[in-house]
Write a protein that binds this ligand. Sequence first.
Ligand code: SER
Length: 388
Amino acid sequence: MDTQRIVRTFTEYYEQRGHRRVTGSTLLPPPGDPVLFTTSGMHPLTPYLEGRPHPLGRRLVNVQRCLRTTDLEEVGDRTHLTVFEMLGTWSLGDYEGPTSLEWGYGLLTEGFGVDPRLLCATVFGGDDRTGPDTASLDLWERLGVPVERTVEDNWWDNGPTGPCGPDSEIFLWTGTTPPESTPTRDGRWVEVWNHVTMRYRRLDDGSLMPLPQRNVDTGLGLERLAAVLQGRDSVFDCDVFEPWRRLVPPLWPLDEPSFRLVGDHLRAAVVVLGDGVRPANSGRGYVPRRLVRRLLTVLLRDDPSRTLADLPVELIGHTLDRFGQSAGAGPVREVLLDEERRFGRLLERGRRVLDRPRFRGPLGEDDYRYLHDTHGLPRELVRGLRGQ
Ligand code: SER
């Protein structure tokens, strides 16, 4: 089942259950939102989770592109991507968590054909402020799905303040032997779907205030589910990466970790630029700049003659199309090439500066600060140039 069919199956299943499809937003959160990028499908819906009536009603479904830089260091493993698509459903003060979980179970097993014996769930076990999520626990027991209780792992929030609540996560077994152990103890359990009972707002002082309505917010990572359903070992092997697998190796023969980093970062940079963000030294614009520099560092390590000018424009176009972006592959390519030239100049300057006797030995915090503030050389780059 390819990703497009997964999206269709998902949305139709929820439309049949009274959900209306909301068009996904760009990666840029609405004005006034404290975060730089949309990190979850619920983001653009925050006002409605907090009580404002949604024009399409109380049951919603959508596909939302998300960007998570907190996972940057994890990129390259089997399950994390910087930019990914999240399939989401919402009950805005309508049905409760167990209904959401039961529908989720139905879709996975009947709609997507997952063997129920390969499922496991986690639920919130309770802490000193909030009781255990017995409703979800009962539901899973009734369905015969093994459950693990946790505390921190089953509390979802979007930062120090804002809507939050206990969640129940659904995991799929990806091992080649029969399922064993539990999600927190065995990485072969892959989390695919999070169902949050979003009924609190955390205030500045850390206290929890009940929201005017009890919501359910669910999010399912599309590429991750696709990889599992397609029997692939990693998100980098699902159908989304087919053109990357076909076109990149003949151009740049990279080992697998480097391929993953370069593919992930290039794809993410294209989507961010496709949403109109321009590289800069701080704020939102620093994200594409950092992505391009990280991927160029890997690309140039083995062969300094490599250049993004060789990147098939088809890969840029394919990515923009997938995310329904109309920015145009040509202009996005120009920004990437501009960044590459800028990075080249920075590297040259960095080499000259680091050649000075003062910087030949071990560097202290003062050196890093000076190199950054006076010469614009970030620590990451300095370490790269010094081969650390
Ligand atoms: N907000 C939850 C998450 O991002 C569910 O959508 O995991």
